[in-house]
Design a protein around this ligand. Structure first.
Ligand code: ZN
Length: 305
């Protein structure tokens, strides 16, 4: 069933688990994550970036997810990192049940005003809104967020922002980054900062850039020729701590990409005489589904759908 994000995030915050928010671009990826959620009886947030919309078309994505949401679990269709107000408005009007307005790169006042505007549009359609305060370093689709160590979220400012905008959930910056290269040395999230934020912000808290760059998937990808070098992700232990202290939505894209492309590479290697794209894409679906299921166990969302 297609539901607004707040319907799955509120119980997650109350009961200390996190709903996986998994990025998809195409039918194969959507099948993988929905099969995983159905098998695990986990609620799921299927999210598409503006880049995914550019790639597949918003109407295609909405139509596919509407069909996928016939699965016997709560499904949210979420716009990830909405920056273009026109696209956000379209998403709200056409069937997304949740949108993110990412004004984290804007001056505070502008972020505040635009988030309020998005909340007003969304309320009319019972669509949930995720807002963001404090930039998360790394690559967000096309734009690089510069200045790696700056811009961690200020707890007091986060509380004020959530209260004034009346957003449903809030993405915070506590040390994660987008992409496969998150950390140079030791991997660490700023859990102390998260505790302070969670004390003041009662909304579900969102963690972006949370891929673990899972060792087995990296190995498989590298075995088949991907060159990932010293890619490093967030430790499972840090994820568990983050969930314990208020994080209720965790975004995963990189790990799914690694799994999917590992499957494609494996197929191209091993099925040299096969010309049926369905057969060549099957290992990608299987690997991506496995990674999604592992996340549901780690996030404790298993059995909550
Ligand atoms: Zn993100």
């Amino acid at each position: 069933m297609l539901v607004p994000a707040i319907k799955v995030l509120k119980p997650a915050r109350e009961r200390h688990y996190a709903v996986p928010a998994l990025n998809i671009n195409n039918l194969e990826a959507l099948k993988a994550v929905i099969q995983a959620a159905t098998k695990m009886r986990s609620p799921i947030i299927v999210q598409t970036s503006e880049g995914a919309i550019e790639y597949a078309g918003m109407d295609y994505l909405i139509a596919m997810v509407k069909v996928a949401a016939k699965a016997p679990i709560p499904v949210v269709l979420h716009l990830d990192h909405g920056k273009d107000l026109k696209i956000i408005k379209q998403a709200i009007q056409n069937g997304y049940t949740s949108v993110m307005f990412d004004g984290s790169a804007l001056p505070y006042k502008e972020n505040l005003a635009k988030t309020k505007q998005v909340v007003a549009w969304a309320r009319a359609k019972k669509v949930s809104v995720e807002a963001e305060i404090g930039a998360i370093a790394g690559i967000e689709d096309f734009v690089s967020v510069a200045d790696k160590d700056a811009h961690l979220t200020n707890p007091e400012q986060a509380a004020k922002f959530a209260k004034e905008t009346k957003c449903d959930s809030l993405a915070v910056a506590i040390g994660t980054a987008h992409g496969a290269y998150k950390f140079k040395g030791e991997t660490h999230l700023d859990i102390e900062r998260l505790k302070k934020i969670a004390k003041l912000v009662k909304n579900p808290i969102v963690l972006h850039g949370a891929s673990g760059v899972m060792e087995d998937v990296v190995k498989l990808a590298e075995y088949h020729g991907a060159k990932l070098g010293k890619a490093r992700g967030v430790l499972d232990e840090d994820i568990k701590q983050a969930i314990k202290f208020g994080v209720s939505k965790i975004n995963i894209d990189t790990d799914l990409r690694l799994a999917f492309t590992a499957g494609v590479r494996e197929a191209m290697d091993q099925m040299v005489t096969v010309i049926d794209p369905r057969k060549l894409l099957e290992p990608a679906i299987v690997l991506m589904r496995e990674v999604a299921m592992k996340k549901m166990i780690l996030f404790k969302s298993e059995g909550k759908g």
